[in-house]
Design a binder for this molecule. Structure first.
Ligand code: NAD
Length: 389
């Protein structure tokens, strides 16, 4: 056995299950929150009986004051985090409660970063770049999902350069997360599919990552099995509480896995598509997954053959290589079954952008853990394959 040493991050307190959201007021009070900024978007703020309304009811009951920022955008931009910071300071707030999917949590994390670590967040891109703790933060998660409610990543888009960058630090991990599947029952089909495929990619990439370990492997395996067993059902019938619950469990497991084993070229390249074309992150990931993993397959066919088994493919009597191929086929099949578009052409990708996007993908924080070391030309070819379909 090779010698291993690693630091393993675990999120601190996580409330999980139907109706746990009712406990948020009490928990905010326990954390000493007197006036949090609720970081969300207009749609979720207006949703009758939704996460924002339920959070406010619980804060009121606990006697905790609040102020609302409702300007979160998908693929959150630097101006979003600046707006939260300005409101926080103007209102003399003392903490953050993010309510929504990855975009809300990353907006809150980004604001927390510039509140305590210096105003230019672009200078803090990278791994463990933060010297100071963020203000106390609770994340109420409403998609399944990015895992951002319990990860050390904040993904922000620079609207001037169209570059999406990541600040990775243990200081980014919210103190408490809430994952209440009843808040996800009305998530529309396309969003359920996109966010579910993000969780799927986040359980595949850490499994084949160069940084994987036995703890993250077990999280990936369980997440893959849960997603294979429930994502199609969650898309077909959003009110299937069992499927929604299993998808939340899967996205939490995947979040913990990639928090520690990191990701790979799918995310490094998806960040370019998201930054350049403002396309939904989960869709970008799903569209790239089979092409990146076909490229990666020769780096470790055995692990891809194992993936095929976890995905429920029948690998009896097959060679390692043939079993590994089944994993790639299964990835595309899941994507098709839940209605993800066919090619990156469908989200506005243009071949003339591939060179620059490939160059930037190799600089993305996620590239270093990819199992196969690629060149710019390799990445351009993968973009082209995902474009041609
Ligand atoms: P999102 O947060 O961008 O939300 C997409 C849309 O879904 C929004 O319009 C929102 O109003 C709506 N929505 C959210 N919850 C809903 C609900 N319960 N019902 C109906 N509509 C709802 O989507 P996302 O996929 O969760 O987040 C994507 C972002 O997260 C990307 O920027 C991506 O890069 C980032 N990300 C971050 C991490 C991390 O660890 N920090 C990991 C993966 C992805």
């Amino acid at each position: 056995m090779t010698e291993r040493s690693y630091d393993f991050l675990m999120p601190s307190v996580n409330f999980f299950g139907p109706n746990v959201i009712g406990k948020i007021g009490e928990r905010a009070k326990m954390l000493g929150m007197k006036k949090p900024v609720l970081v969300t978007d207009k749609f979720l703020e207006g949703l009758k009986g939704g996460a924002v309304e339920q959070t406010i009811a619980s804060l009121n009951e606990a006697g905790v004051d609040y102020v609302i920022y409702n300007g979160v955008e998908p693929n959150p931009k630097i101006h979003n985090i600046q707006e939260v910071k300005d409101l926080y300071e103007k209102e003399h707030a003392d903490s953050l409660i993010t309510i929504g999917g990855g975009s809300a949590h990353d907006t809150g994390k980004g604001a927390g970063i510039i509140l305590t670590n210096g105003s230019d967040i672009t200078k803090l891109a990278g791994i463990e770049t933060l010297d100071h703790a963020l203000p106390p933060m609770i994340a109420v998660n409403t998609t399944a999902g990015t895992g951002s409610e319990l990860t050390r990543h904040a993904v922000i888009t620079n609207e001037k350069t169209h570059l999406k960058f990541v600040v990775v630090s243990w200081r980014n991990i919210p103190l408490v997360s809430f994952n209440d599947p009843t808040l996800m029952l009305d998530v529309p089909k396309a969003l359920t599919a996109a966010t579910g495929m993000d969780a799927f990619v986040q359980s595949i990439e850490p499994y084949v990552s160069v940084d994987h370990n036995p703890i993250t492997d077990s999280q990936c395996i369980e997440a893959i099995q849960l997603i294979e067993g429930s994502l199609r059902e969650a898309v077909a019938n959003g009110h299937n509480l069992k499927a929604r619950t299993e998808m939340v469990e899967a996205e939490m497991l995947a979040g913990m896995a990639f928090n520690n084993a990191n990701l790979g070229y799918v995310h490094a390249m998806a960040h370019q598509l998201g930054g350049q074309y403002d396309a939904p992150h989960g869709v970008c990931c799903a569209l790239l997954l089979p092409y990146v993993e076909r490229y990666n397959l020769i780096a470790d066919p055995q692990r891809f053959a194992e993936l095929a088994e976890f995905m429920g493919e029948n690998t009896d009597g097959l060679s390692t290589r043939d079993a590994a191929e089944l994993a790639i086929k299964g990835m595309k099949q899941l994507s098709d079954d839940v209605g993800i578009p066919q090619t990156i052409k469908d989200i506005g990708a243009k071949p003339e952008d591939f060179e620059l996007m490939a160059e930037n993908a190799l600089k993305d924080g996620n590239a270093a853990s990819n199992p196969r070391v690629g060149t710019k030309e390799d990445i351009v070819k993968i973009f082209q394959a995902a474009y041609d379909g």
